[in-house]
Design a protein around this ligand. Structure first.
Ligand code: DC
Length: 205
């Protein structure tokens, strides 16, 4: 079976950028598991029951309009606290992780719940102000009108909800390696993650 890489961490820590680069570097498929929760969140905002939405999710839902916006993010964090929603999304994520050629998955509970057997786990962090500035730049570039303070409040609210929930809270697995990207450029963060994986997979050989 191919290599499975589990990447977790809070919003805008850089985990998506790092995961995509790792997938390209090691020739693996990539799944942004936040999109699943965002898709369920959007369907809840459209009036659907979140548990039914999670059970009926299709790939088409994963490129819905507004999926990457701030409303979908907050709604995602809310539906992600519902155990039945999480349970409905487990099989899809585990099947993806088990694919022949190997995979990189990023989220909040990949190393702890979805892929506890993954040989390489990274917990990506950065301080909240730095994450808010990054997310603010991305959202403004995508045409959203909001302030840096609003983005920081949004990130803090999500951090609190995602770490505080009872079911699969965001936390680093015991065998995860921490990568703090606060002071790192994108290229430095990617290089650090690649070096870390090469070291880890060398150790487990
Ligand atoms: O990664 P993201 O910011 O797009 O995720 C949106 C929300 O979805 C996040 O605030 C919490 C939830 N989520 C989760 O609970 N578990 C995951 N594996 C991925 C995301």
């Amino acid at each position: 079976m191919g290599l499975t890489i589990a990447i977790d961490g809070p919003a805008a820590s850089g985990k998506g950028t790092i995961s995509k680069a790792l997938a390209a570097h090691f020739g693996l498929e990539y799944l942004d598991t936040g999109l699943l929760y965002r898709a369920v969140g959007l369907r809840m905002l459209q009036g659907e029951d979140p548990v039914q939405a999670a059970r009926g999710l299709t790939v088409d839902d994963l490129d819905a309009d507004g999926l990457r916006g701030p409303e979908a993010a907050q709604a995602a964090s809310r539906v992600a606290a519902i155990p039945e929603v999480r349970a409905a999304l487990v099989d899809f994520q585990r099947d993806f992780a088990a694919r022949e050629g190997g995979a990189v998955l990023d989220g909040r509970d990949i190393g702890t719940v979805i892929c506890p057997e993954a040989p390489v786990k990274i917990f990506v962090t950065a301080d909240a102000e730095t994450r808010a500035e990054r997310r603010f730049r991305d959202l403004v570039a995508a045409g959203h009108r909001l302030t840096l303070d609003e983005v920081l409040a949004d990130i803090r609210a999500r951090d609190a909800r995602d770490t505080g929930r009872a079911d699969a809270p965001m936390r680093a697995a015991e065998d995860a390696v921490a990568l703090d990207t606060t002071q790192l450029s994108v290229d430095e963060a990617i290089a650090a993650a690649i070096a870390l994986i090469e070291r880890r997979s060398g150790e487990s050989r």
